[in-house]
Ligand binder design. Structure first.
Ligand code: 6PG
Length: 469
């Protein structure tokens, strides 16, 4: 019997996805560049599942029912192109390749075009949820042609995470829409992670709380409106002890944050499309700054921080909780706005509410807040702020955020994402920004022209008669 589907790339995500699909009753052929990994996978992890290993591409492709459906779980970048090149001589028009990696959306755009010209169907599919999600139910964000999606919809719906609002998978939109949406998911992920880290920083260095105390607070927060996967793992992380030293695990981990690029890509896309995503941008920047450990260590000796130990009062903790909620909201606001703009600009046809729905389960940014966001999102209100109830909800948090920002300034603690959430909101709600002065400066030194508030048209004046004009 031929396999229903094939999967290439047996790193942990690929292994888990293959097992997940097989456990839903499908026969899966698998192939990996190095045979040893395939052998180990079959030996160590496959039990009753119908998983058929293959050790050369040709026999792998031949083992699949037609039209063939092949999921790639290989590293983003060149490995995806290399794998597609190896597959192509063995495929026929109508066959389908699904790239389940974190590919850049422009690569997906190119591959979609190249493969379409050859009659090969292609889906760029965001897969979120890490190893656990891949095995027990990820959030799936497939984009490409609807025809391609229809070929695998049944399988994808079965393997995706489930919530009361259905499986966490939908046809996201045309061409590279799936990878674009996954990229923004990761941008939001960066911003929320950094906001949580800033709150932790204040708890640790201003309130001098122990890891156990912080863990209990996050655990309590996770029962309320902040309930989310990232808050949940934070309280679990904070209570974990290092077996070697007995210290909290977080205290023995070096403070240098790595990144594989999806957060940076989100900021780059946002800058290109002209959509403000300051929380995401600053989360990326802060990871970059964290990397300069040596410089930070030297400079910290030249500049002594003024820290006044504060008691962790009920009010202060409430303010911290509210600030984190506010920052989380702004991260979604910026991300959804970016998706809406990309959908318009690139003709993706994304349904914003559906994107939020498939983020309710399985993915890294799943959060109770998403239900609230879904009530208010629309193409016109993609940034989610244009609603009286939302405004009231956020107004209730502003004083808290101001208190926390004040405390961070008094204690000289960097809180770039909390701060940028505040400034993003304050800029968007300011009718008269000082951009008139910027326009005047541009016109002064470069005759770049300006518009007037009192009549239509484009203007330029001589700012210093006889000198510059
Ligand atoms: C997910 C994650 C996943 C990966 C991140 C990590 O949705 O399951 O986002 O894709 O863990 O890309 O990204 P960084 O290495 O850039 O932090």
């Amino acid at each position: 019997m031929k396999s229903h589907i094939g999967l290439i790339g047996l790193a942990v995500m690929g292994q888990n996805l293959a097992l997940n699909i097989a456990r839903k009753g499908y026969k899966v052929s698998v192939y990996n560049r190095t045979a040893q990994r395939t052998e180990e996978f079959v030996k160590n992890r496959v039990t009753n599942e119908e998983i058929e290993p293959h050790y050369d591409i040709e026999s792998f492709v031949k083992s699949l029912e037609r039209p063939r459906k092949i999921i790639l779980m290989v590293k983003a970048g060149k490995p995806v192109d290399d794998t597609i090149s190896q597959l192509l001589p063995h495929l026929e028009p109508g066959d389908l390749i699904i790239d389940g990696g974190n590919s850049h959306y422009m690569d997906t755009e190119r591959r979609f075009k190249e493969l379409s010209e050859k009659g090969i169907l292609f889906l760029g599919m965001g897969v979120s949820g890490g190893e656990y999600g891949a095995l027990y139910g990820p959030s799936l964000m497939p984009g490409g042609s609807r025809e391609a999606y229809n070929l695998v919809e049944e399988i994808l719906l079965k393997i995706a995470a489930k919530t009361e609002d259905g499986p966490c998978c939908t046809y996201v939109g045309e061409r590279s829409a799936g990878h674009f949406v996954k990229m923004v998911h990761n941008g939001i992920e960066y911003a929320i992670m950094q906001a949580i880290a800033e709150v932790y920083h204040i708890m640790r260095d201003v309130l001098s709380l122990s890891s156990e105390e912080m863990s209990s607070i996050f655990e309590e927060w996770n029962r309320g409106e902040l309930s989310s996967f990232l808050v949940e793992i934070t309280y679990k992380i904070l209570r974990k002890k290092d077996e070697e030293t007995g210290k909290p695990m977080v205290d023995v981990i070096l403070d240098k944050a790595e990144q594989k690029g999806t957060g940076k890509w989100t900021s780059q896309a946002a800058l290109d499309l002209g959509i403000p995503t300051p929380s995401i941008n600053l989360a990326v920047v802060e990871r970059v700054i964290s990397h300069f450990k040596d410089i930070r260590t030297r400079l910290s000796k030249l500049y002594n921080k003024r820290r006044s130990a504060t008691q962790g009062s009920e009010e202060f903790l409430r303010d911290l909780r509210n600030s984190l909620f506010f920052a989380m909201f702004m991260a979604f606001s910026q991300g959804m706005w970016l998706i809406a703009e990309a959908s318009k600009e690139f003709g993706y046809g994304v349904n914003l509410s559906e994107v939020l729905r498939i983020w309710k389960g399985g993915c890294i940014i799943r959060a109770k807040l998403i239900d609230t966001l879904r009530r208010y999102i629309s193409n016109e209100n993609a940034y989610l702020l244009e609603n009286e109830e939302v405004m009231n909800l956020l107004k209730g948090k502003i004083d808290s955020l101001k208190n926390i920002l004040k405390a961070s300034i008094e204690n000289e603690i960097p809180v770039p994402v909390l701060n940028s959430s505040y400034n993003y909101f304050m800029s968007l709600t300011e009718e008269r920004l000082p951009a008139n002065l910027i326009q005047a400066q541009r016109d002064f030194f470069g005759a770049h022209t300006f518009e007037r508030v009192d009549r239509e048209g484009v203007f330029h004046i001589n700012w210093e008669e006889g000198e510059i004009g």
